[in-house]
Design a protein around this ligand. Sequence first.
Ligand code: NDP
Length: 447
Amino acid sequence: MFKTKYVEKVYTDLVAKNKNETEFLQAALEILESLEPYVQKHPELEQKKLLERFLEPERFVQFKVVWTDDKGEFQVNRGYRVQYNSAIGPYKGGIRFHPSVNASIIKFLGLEQTLKNSLTSLPMGGGKGGSDFDPKGKSDTEIMRFCQSFMTELYRHIGPDTDVPAGDIGVGAREVAYMFGQYKRIKNEFTGVLTGKGLSFGGSLARKEATGYGLCYFTNEALKTLLNTDFNGKTVVVSGSGNVAIYANQKATQLGGKVVAMSDSNGYVYDPNGIDLDVIKQIKEVERGRISEYANRVKGAEYHEGSKNIWNVKCDIALPCATQNELDLDAAKTLVKNGVIAVCEGANMPSTLEAAKYFVENKVVFGPAKAANAGGVATSGLEMTQNSNRLSWSFEEVDAKLQGIMVNIFKNAHAKAVEQGNKFDLITGANIAGFEKVCDAMLAQGI
Ligand code: NDP
């Protein structure tokens, strides 16, 4: 697996210490494999135990969240915040509410976030948080009470110069607003302690669209550089139908692509005429319903059970935007057999290690999450700047900055990939480009 004894030992020790944390170990393995050539060139990293220090979170908080449902019954959930690395700025990363959330998932997300934030070139360290709370089927007042209880513990660990959370799966504008309100109430302070806020209280224009738009800016730049083509006239499949997926669909369509399939955790819809995004937005954003409803409302559309089957739909460009490990080796083989030319990750770690390697081996333009979906956190960084300066920029201004950042991320990852001898290996490229800055800062700051 590894050529270097040092890297092998780091990984073996990590496995021994974190035995059951499969997602965390998966993310760490991918990063360590990519960093090996860099580590070989920099023997001081071993002397100073840099990899061990990088992989160990600075702080990991677990807490209980007790709240009452609409029937007045007590409910208990588990909350988490990992403050992974603050070498280059305050901890920054989203909060996820989903029943699958556990320590392993929070740690994998925090580790990835550290490199992603570094890639944006903005001064943000890595963090992540969440709860095993399931927002599905909960009333608005239950969501509010849960968010307030969650923040009643979290507030003591965060702050605008310490740790700035945002949204993720199950946490959108509504949840961020309830958490922000509770923080303000407890601290008697109006600060930019969360990003993804509503526009009337310090949110940034284009933050809602940023991850999906950024993903398409990255993909377009990669297509131009590596294959001398772009979105125009391409058939696109986008998994998921949440925040990232919806705005990835919107931008892919604006750039001339045709999105023919989208999904949720139950199944996917196929619409040969191109998905009508207004219908998806009505179902998912307004009604908070199931995607199967799309086929009842749009003529010619089909619904199929099983979200993973979305990868059987023939397409030129695939944008996985739902969740981790949603695209495995079998799916990767099907996509390649069907002629896919680009797979760029809107979700975090949606491709298994084997699937990601298969894409790179087959010269598919593969945009790893930490590079391709960094537009959301980059725009959160821009929201922090606007909050600190007490001003707000226009949509066009933010969007232009986002576009510049995404093009730069691609260029930096691509340059490192070329340096390592394979221009299609943006996994290695992104990991080295992100790590270099964090590593320099850690070395400079001593222990
Ligand atoms: P949302 O909650 O808005 O949407 C999540 C979507 O993924 C829904 O369609 C959901 O379906 C689907 N989904 C969730 N879990 C599963 C599962 N186990 N299997 C299949 N589908 C599932 O989240 P976001 O759009 O914000 O996040 C999506 C991904 O993008 C995540 O990996 C997140 O970490 C990543 N990301 C998000 C950023 C952001 O700015 N929001 C920034 C960078 C990355 P259902 O409705 O059935 O639950």
